[in-house]
Design a protein around this ligand. Structure first.
Ligand code: PMP
Length: 406
């Protein structure tokens, strides 16, 4: 018998999402009755606000939504996204510069497909969200990691980017607030990076999905500082920047799968053509829900942000009490990213824990707490904890960690 032809080499090199994997393991243990507390999920624990759900229910009664609609998105939603982009990213765009995607994830994928050629180098600040290196590889690009540790609040500098730049560098990933670190670049830092990219004609893929989840550096009950969009800090960058965004995080809508990309018309046209063959329009009911989210009252989103802020303060303060753990203060998203290198090299039950991967396993086995190891996002020595879970659970989980490492 003739041997079967091989599988795709390109896809064989793509790893399963590590964050989804840890989360799935935690959920499986919970389903089996274990009292596992999971800090692994990258999603709000709140229900989607009712007025958004109502808009979706109403959409189900309109037969127009049972049909194919434009692959690039419903006209009304693209209008609303243009308004949001002007409001929150300080950039005036025409709706034709927007493609509505199946979550921010598809926007990330399509952004690299649109601007990367085989062998192009894409500068990727690390720690990074797990999807970027794979999306870059799927576009035949080469991800070049630029690492920033806890000592620099996990934010790369222009000097570091410049040191990593070669004549094959064509794009940069910029994420503020960041997953996994929660770091937010200051307007000055953002401007410096944007100007550097403009100087060298480098594309910027700017992921703004956590843009509305920012917190004050001091005091409580205040609005967060604005995370300046790179196109607002450097308007000249707009012609070489693709903004990625979505409703998932701000409105507790991860399962609805609505995101979008905004960029110069030529790049957006390429992405739109790709999407017309890949997935066509996003589910119309979900698009109607996203439209309600963007155009409706924002007070519930603000209440969720305030809850995240409260939990952020709690988890940062409690983690900092553990010896060997260094916790920079995250100013955005809903993650905290402690440096746990001080806990490595120690022995538990006769076994030396050398990496954060082993530490995360130990924590799950001994404390029944799920965290994502730094290896999922770059170098070992870190853990990512999402504080998007109920206050009670949040307290109990950190208490277990404090007990384990006492
Ligand atoms: N960008 C970042 C930085 C994220 O953390 C996520 C979700 N984990 C996404 C994009 C994608 O979000 P979604 O596809 O759910 O809209």
């Amino acid at each position: 018998m003739t041997e079967r032809a091989p599988l795709s080499r390109k896809l064989s090199a793509i790893a399963e999402s590590a964050t989804l994997k840890v989360d799935a393991k935690a959920k499986a243990l919970q389903a089996a009755g274990r009292p596992v507390i999971s800090y692994a999920a990258g999603e709000p624990d709140f229900a989607t606000p009712q007025f958004i759900v109502d808009a979706a229910a109403a959409a189900l009664t309109n037969p127009a939504n049972f049909r194919y609609t434009p692959a690039v998105g419903l006209p009304a939603l693209r209008e609303a996204i243009a308004e949001k982009t002007a409001r929150d990213s300080g950039l005036a765009v025409d709706p034709s510069q927007i493609v509505v995607t199946n979550g921010g994830k598809q926007a990330v994928y399509q952004a690299f497909q649109a601007v990367v050629n085989p062998g192009d180098e894409v500068l990727l600040p690390a720690p990074y969200w797990t999807t970027y290196p794979e999306a870059i590889a799927l576009a035949d690009g080469v991800a070049v990691e630029v690492f920033a540790g806890a000592d620099q609040d996990y934010k790369v500098t222009v000097d570091q980017l410049e040191a990593a730049r070669t004549d094959r560098t064509t794009a940069l990933v910029f994420v503020s607030p960041s997953n996994p670190t929660g770091s937010v670049y200051s307007p000055e830092e953002t401007r410096a990076i944007g100007e550097w990219a403009v100087r060298h004609g480098i594309w910027i893929v700017s992921d703004e999905i956590y843009q509305n989840l920012v917190y004050p550096s001091t005091g409580s009950g205040q609005a967060g500082a604005r995370a300046a969009s790179i196109v607002e800090a450097v308007p000249e960058a707009a012609d070489q920047t693709i903004l990625v965004n979505g409703v998932a995080k701000t409105y507790a809508m991860t399962g609805w799968r609505v995101g979008w990309m905004v960029g110069p018309k030529d790049a957006i046209t390429l992405a739109a053509n790709l999407q017309s063959h890949l997935s066509s329009n996003v589910n119309n009911v979900a698009q109607r829900a996203a439209l309600a989210a963007l155009t409706g009252p924002q007070d519930e989103a603000e209440r969720m942000r305030e809850a995240f802020d409260r939990r952020r303060r709690l988890i940062v303060a409690e983690l900092a009490k553990i010896e060997g753990v260094t916790v920079p203060n995250p100013l955005g998203a809903f993650y905290v990213y402690p440096d746990v290198s001080g806990l490595l090299g120690r022995e538990w039950r006769g076994k030396t824990v050398r990496t954060s991967l082993e530490l995360a396993d130990l924590i799950l086995d001994e404390a029944e707490v799920a965290v994502v190891p730094g290896e999922a996002f770059g170098p070992s020595g870190y853990l990512r904890l999402s504080y998007a879970l109920g206050d009670e659970q949040l307290r109990e989980g950190v208490h277990r960690l404090q007990t384990l490492f006492a």
